[in-house]
Ligand binder design. Structure first.
Ligand code: ADP
Ligand code: ADP
Length: 226
């Protein structure tokens, strides 16, 4: 677990688009922050800067006591869960879960133990030998989450992880993420445009508008209509 400090962060894309303009967010150890706001307000850009997938134009991001601006994305102690799952189609579920650990030269016994634990947590044990195409959408998304949790990262970043699922599955996966969060307590930054997801999961919500923070607070504070 780690704090995340986002400090005066800006993003200018080529062509003069300022997608993020001076955002400050201080995320406590174990806190679950949800970023919301209309399409194009800069949610995904902000998340991708924290992940190291997008260069930071100005300002700093730190995770724990390390400023990440200059750390290679592969060396950042974070795991990201994407909307499109990003699974390796030719690998089994076991190998998808183990892949990141193998790359980090984790000992085999440790890999097996962590994969087994993630599979148990996410109810993937019956599917370890299947390939992604033989899984349902919900199962694939659980594999994507499993790949993040086996690494035991300091923080999770979620980019609209449930938006490809049908409404019923979204509700059940929402509950599953909530349970995972209670169990692991990992610092998280979660992007969604789904208000129910935001209200269910967030310790605090950050509402972005035109690349700036419009509101920040608990779900009750943000969605309370007097
Ligand atoms: P959101 O995730 O809230 O929908 P984005 O972060 O995707 O918003 O986009 C924020 C702004 O930056 C938008 O105006 C978008 O058009 C622009 N933008 C996003 N990606 C790029 C890019 N690669 N090049 C230029 N402009 C971009
Ligand atoms: P590679 O990763 O080289 O393609 P395999 O996929 O056959 O090779 O698996 C490598 C190792 O991963 C095996 O020796 C085995 O211990 C472990 N493994 C693979 N699938 C499973 C599984 N379903 N459950 C437990 N361990 C597995």
């Amino acid at each position: 677990m780690a704090r995340i400090e986002i400090s005066k962060v800006c993003k200018d894309y080529h062509g003069g688009v300022r997608a993020v303009n001076g955002v400050d967010i201080s995320i406590a150890d174990g806190e679950f922050i949800v970023l919301v706001g209309p399409s194009g307000c800069g949610k995904s850009t902000l998340l991708r800067m924290v992940a190291g997938l997008e260069e930071i134009s100005d300002g700093t991001v730190s995770i724990g006591d390390r400023v990440v601006n200059s750390i290679d994305p592969a060396d950042r102690d974070i795991a990201m869960v994407f909307q499109n799952y990003a699974l390796y189609p030719h690998m089994t579920v076991y190998d998808n879960l183990a892949y990141g650990l193998k790359n980090r030269k984790t000992p085999k016994a440790e890999i097996d133990a962590r994969v087994a634990e993630a599979a148990r947590t996410l109810q993937l044990e019956p599917y370890l030998d299947r390939r992604p195409r033989a899984l349902s959408g919900g199962q694939r998304q659980r594999v994507a989450m499993g790949r993040a949790i086996v690494r035991k990262p300091a923080a999770f970043l979620f980019d609209e992880p449930l938006s490809n699922l049908d409404a019923k599955l979204r509700v059940s996966m929402r509950g599953e993420i909530k349970r995972l969060q209670r169990r692991l307590g990992t610092t998280s930054l979660y992007v969604t445009h789904d208000q129910l997801e935001a209200m269910t999961l967030a310790d605090r919500l950050v509402v972005l508008s035109h690349g700036e923070i419009e509101q920040i607070g608990t779900p009750l504070e943000v969605y309370h209509r007097p």
